[in-house]
Write a protein that binds this ligand. Sequence first.
Ligand code: ADP
Length: 185
Amino acid sequence: MSLKIIEGDITKCETTAIVNAANTSLLGGGGVDGAIHRAAGPGLLAECRAFHGCPTGEARITKGYNLKAAYVIHTPGPRYAGGNRGEAQLLESCYRNCLLLAMEHGIREIAFPSISTGIYRFPLKEAAEIAVRTIRQYPQMDVTMVCFDPVTREAYEEALETCLREAERRKNMENLQDTEKLQEE
Ligand code: ADP
């Protein structure tokens, strides 16, 4: 699998698809959503209107219009409200549904922004861990996390390191258990 973490502007990405951290209206907004609509041009808004919105955690695909990316996958992230309103599960659904929709369309290359950690105020460390854990479940995909600032980039780099360390620890435990089993036999 490949999961790259970079600092940059997702509207400039040359991947096949970029993800938009949208809101449930799908009619544009602030942050990365506004930037994507501005860069894509009015065709994007016209295509989005036809969906009549999208529930939080789901995903919808459009063309990329004036963007370098051929497609935009729009997903409304959860607005953070303390953590007891299913925010973590909804954020995981965002990443999962974007990846599944990309795969259905034969797309292998996809770039994500840090969904929900801007205006929607999802705690960055937890959001990064959810994103990395979910993305790693789709090893057939080439994923780039496009972070807009160094603090966000560092959070995703740390989440990836933690995830890799845990995977290594699990593998060592399994090997140890196998060895013990062999010794018992
Ligand atoms: P949300 O409402 O899901 O929190 P925001 O757009 O407010 O969405 O923020 C999500 C993340 O996207 C934040 O880390 C923000 O800094 C970042 N962001 C804003 N503009 C861009 C851009 N052009 N490219 C990549 N990331 C961006």
